[in-house]
Design a protein around this ligand. Structure first.
Ligand code: DQA
Length: 151
């Protein structure tokens, strides 16, 4: 059994009512529930955390190693485009992770087309709404079960 940590960045607590044309109609709770089922079916443990505060996310990443987190799924939201602090925290732990976006950040405003995380990530999934998270969880499970599949 592996421990998977899913981190959601700022404003993702508003999913369901926030710009549904970009982010869909599901709430964060519904997304977390679906991820929990996928993780449980694969006999892995899932912890989720959403925060609007950079320091809360940075500090959770700091404690992830000691907590035995094996893999992270991260939607850094707006911090994707701004947060060297979050990038450095992830870089320090070296815990493998997948970067997720509900919307296709490359088809939107120019400022969204830069990510401080993509080059560190095992992979990036962007543009598929809930399916972005589900595909990332599936890839994480495959990686955890056989790390040769994704290197
Ligand atoms: C997002 C894309 C970001 O540019 C934006 O700031 C978000 C959500 C996404 O999931 O599509 O808050 O990460």
């Amino acid at each position: 059994m592996a421990k998977i940590l899913t981190l959601h960045g700022p404003n993702l607590n508003l999913l369901g009512e926030r710009e549904p044309e970009h982010y869909g109609n599901l709430t964060l709770e519904e997304i977390n529930k679906k991820l929990g089922i996928l993780a449980m079916d694969a006999e892995h443990e899932l912890e989720t955390l959403q925060s609007n505060a950079e320091n809360v996310l940075v500090e959770r990443i700091h404690t992830a190693l000691a907590d035995g987190i094996d893999f992270m799924l991260i939607n850094p939201a707006a911090f994707t485009h701004t947060s060297i602090a979050l990038r450095d925290a992830i870089s320090a732990t070296k815990i493998p992770f997948i970067e997720i976006h509900l919307s296709n950040i490359y088809s939107r405003e120019k400022f969204r087309q830069t990510s401080y995380f993509s080059d560190l990530a095992l992979g990036v999934i962007s543009g598929f709404g809930l399916l972005s998270y589900e595909m990332a969880m599936t890839a994480a499970i495959i990686h955890l079960n056989d790390s040769k599949v994704i290197e």
